[in-house]
Design a protein around this ligand. Structure first.
Ligand SMILES: Nc1ncnc2c1ncn2[C@@H]1O[C@H](COP(=O)(O)OP(=O)(O)OP(=O)(O)O)[C@@H](O)[C@H]1O
Length: 703
């Protein structure tokens, strides 16, 4: 039997009895113990070409309680570090497999003082949290005596040490147990030789992690830290909890501390070498900063490549932290009581999973905006509680409860039209239902004026909108499946063969392959007054071929038109245009307590709002509460949101959840609150459609 095969039953036994193991120390040996492929003699082995092979050595550990030395066979294989420990009574054997995905990294060298071993002091009560074993490779294969132990730890210690940092995943309760295994190599009198052996183990661990796809090696992370997020202790939390783990994982990173709102968006949008330099972006902040990063990426000319190649992670230092909790839920990772530690482990796990993004278009007065959202869109009750309770921020999370009670007493309803495109499998059912209650949308007959409507964009005075505006395409787009732009766009070269001064200037902006540079230059042209307006203004049908005869203004418009072709446009008609009934759109009009759309499981770490949601299911969960709902039913709904039991089963006439791929809300009147990802936006018509799996988020499970 190969050592790998032998390790598997041991894993099962170990996993089944992990909990008991920690307390009882001994358990029955499996029927077939593993066969070492390379039993160590303790002599320093030079690095060899057989690095891919398993490494195996016999070590001893001193059991102070029982005053005996225990022989331990340590084997390093692709599955992880396998420890087989025998007591002097041969019938007692302990086995443990530290899985390669639970090992975040290792280091080797001389003995480290406890404080210098990495993140060991990063947890509260470390003595209780850490399983630490110091195992020694004997000089002569005989168990070391206490005396020789003392000698070895004196200043003349020629031993080399390998520190293996692991966070063992345990179920019931779901948690990660911080574990350190130290292997002491001391078979030679020469430190360099002992070190060479330790380094060989170290290299092999790295290699196995790479082969198992759980390594961050060779990939640099960009970490964006908001020092003002949450309770304003972002920087301190990072130094104490995140940095030590990154050190253990040998993760390479650049840290950018944000200095003001929009910093992250601008950084991500304009950094030319973002894709060449980084493999991922980690946001150490709340959902607000993640929003900036997402929208910064989507504003890049190479947005599609950026979304595909850069994994995004989040370390929750904010107050809501819905995304961090949703990701932990998705990959069955613990969250509380150490959300920062657990999220950092996810970010260094080296794996990523596609996640849906929702393109949102909204209109306020005559202005239209496009933005990208990853959590939710809210209209009515929850949005009201979220925003209106801001004035009670000083009392902490209780502000939500207090405001919810207030709003239940003075219950408001909002009138409006709701359109939605149900999930395909449900379309037929919904169409039948629509025959009784909601109406199907009449076929669109867009007037010429509508179809040719030109959307002029300008900056919103609203803070949240100002940081969220993106261009809206002018034309009525055909309805079809959302498709990426073809790959050739990645290689698009914007040419210019002009000669005059204006043309030369403009050529700087156009004749480059990196569209982020193009965009930057185009921006800088009009940055003084109305950068966005100039950049996004929608001119006529200027084309590249007649640029040489155009004025500067026309050229900008032409460039904008080209840019329009490169931005993700979605499949819905523009907001002011009718929705096509033949596509299966459902319309209802009425009074609503709320319509809240969610596309992750959690709206906040304590709000399990859409339990059926998956990171990349391509669905928006539309929770609709119609006027007429009872106050007690509503109270029950709000009180059970924390554990996900708030949605009635079977569906209730007043509270229902509809999985959709797109929706539109047209509120009547001008008074109300709309939120996107928990932040207030201008009140008015809004529509959204899902872009399935557009970005990749860091997870422990991978695809
Ligand atoms: N240095 C800074 N000073 C002030 N505001 C900042 C700074 N850096 C970023 N911001 C802004 O702070 C806003 C809120 O940050 P973030 O979402 O990270 O924390 P939060 O609001 O505490 O968390 P959550 O969104 O989960 O409730 C972001 O939208 C961002 O624009």
């Amino acid at each position: 039997m190969t050592a790998k095969a032998a390790a598997t039953p041991a894993t099962t036994a170990t996993q089944q009895h992990q909990h008991q193991l920690q307390q009882q120390e001994t358990f029955e040996a499996p029927a077939t113990p593993p066969t070492p492929t390379e039993t160590g003699t303790g002599t320093a082995t030079p690095p060899s070409e057989r690095e891919e092979d398993e490494l195996s050595e016999i070590f001893f550990v001193e059991n102070r309680r029982r005053k005996q030395n225990i022989k331990i066979q340590v084997k390093l294989c692709i599955d992880g570090v396998y420890l087989r420990r025998e007591t002097t009574q041969q019938d007692h054997i302990n086995e443990q497999l530290i899985r390669i995905e639970d090992i975040i990294g290792s280091s080797c060298g001389p003995r480290l003082k406890k404080r210098a071993r990495g993140g060991l002091n990063s947890c509260k009560n470390p003595s209780k949290q850490i399983q630490e074993d110091d195992v020694e490779l004997p000089e002569d294969q005989s168990p070391p005596s206490k005396k020789s132990n003392r000698k070895q730890t004196a200043s003349g210690d020629k031993s080399a040490y390998l520190y293996i940092y692991a966070y063992l995943k345990k179920e019931k309760p779901l948690r990660r147990v911080q574990t350190l295994r130290i292997l002491r190599f001391r078979s030679s009198d020469v430190y360099a030789e002992n070190l060479a052996t330790a380094q060989r183990w170290h290299r092999t661990i790295r290699e196995y992690k790479q082969r198992s796809g759980t390594s961050t090696e060779g990939k640099k992370l960009l970490i964006l830290l908001n020092p003002k997020s949450g309770s304003g202790k972002g920087r301190e939390l990072f130094q104490k909890q995140v940095a030590p783990l990154l050190r253990e994982a040998e993760a390479q990173y650049d840290l950018q501390i944000t200095t003001h709102p929009q910093y992250a968006l601008e950084f991500v949008r304009s950094r030319k070498d973002l894709l060449e330099r980084y493999a991922g972006i980690v946001v150490a902040s709340g959902d607000g900063l993640f929003y900036e990063v997402l929208n910064g990426l989507m504003e890049r000319m190479d947005w599609r490549r950026a979304c595909r190649e850069l994994s995004l992670g989040i370390i929750p230092c904010g107050s809501g932290n819905g995304l961090a909790k949703s990701i932990a839920h998705h990959c069955n990772e613990p969250y509380d009581p150490k959300p920062i530690l657990h999220a950092t482990l996810i970010c260094v796990a080296g794996r990523a999973t596609p996640m849906d993004v929702v393109r949102v278009e909204l209109s306020h007065r005559d202005k239209h905006f496009v933005m990208y959202s990853f959590l939710s869109i809210g209209w009515g009750l929850i949005a009201d509680i979220d925003i209106e309770s801001e004035r009670l921020r000083s009392i902490g999370a209780q502000r939500f409860t207090l405001w919810a009670i207030k709003r239940l007493i003075t219950l408001r309803t909002y009138r409006g039209k709701l359109f939605y495109l149900p999930q395909k499998e449900q379309k037929e059912q919904k169409e039948t239902a629509a025959a009784t209650t909601p109406e199907k949308v009449p076929s669109p007959r867009p007037s010429q004026a509508q179809a040719e409507a030109e959307l002029r964009l300008s900056r919103s005075t609203n803070r949240s909108l100002a940081r969220r505006s993106l261009p809206v395409p002018a034309s009525h787009r055909p309805i079809s499946e959302f498709k990426d732009l073809p790959d050739e766009f990645d290689d698009v070269q914007l040419r210019d063969d002009d000669n005059d001064q204006d043309q030369d200037q403009f050529a700087d902006a156009l004749s480059i392959t990196d569209r982020s540079i193009y965009r930057q230059n185009a921006d800088s042209w009009h940055s003084a007054v109305s950068r966005r307006t100039a950049y996004y203004s929608m001119g006529g049908n200027s084309t590249r071929s007649n640029r040489s005869r155009l004025s500067v203004a026309q050229k900008i418009e032409a460039a904008n038109a080209e840019f329009m072709q490169l931005v993700p446009t979605g499949t819905m008609p523009a907001l002011q245009l009718p929705l096509p009934a033949e596509q299966g759109w459902i319309c209802e009009e009425g009074d609503y307590v709320m319509v809240h759309a969610a596309y992750t499981t959690h709206l906040a770490s304590d709000c399990f709002f859409a339990p059926d949601s998956k990171l990349n299911d391509g669905l928006i969960y539309l929770v609709i509460i119609r006027a007429g709902v009872g106050r007690s039913q509503l109270l029950n709904f709000l009180l059970s949101m924390h554990n996900g039991t708030h949605l009635p089963e079977p569906e209730d006439p007043h509270i229902l959840v509809v999985p959709v791929t797109a929706f539109r809300i047209e509120p009547s009147g001008n008074n109300g609150i709309l939120t996107i990802d928990g932040e207030r936006v201008d009140y008015g018509p809004i529509q959204a459609e899902v872009f399935p799996g557009l970005i990749n988020v860091m997870t422990t499970t991978g695809q």
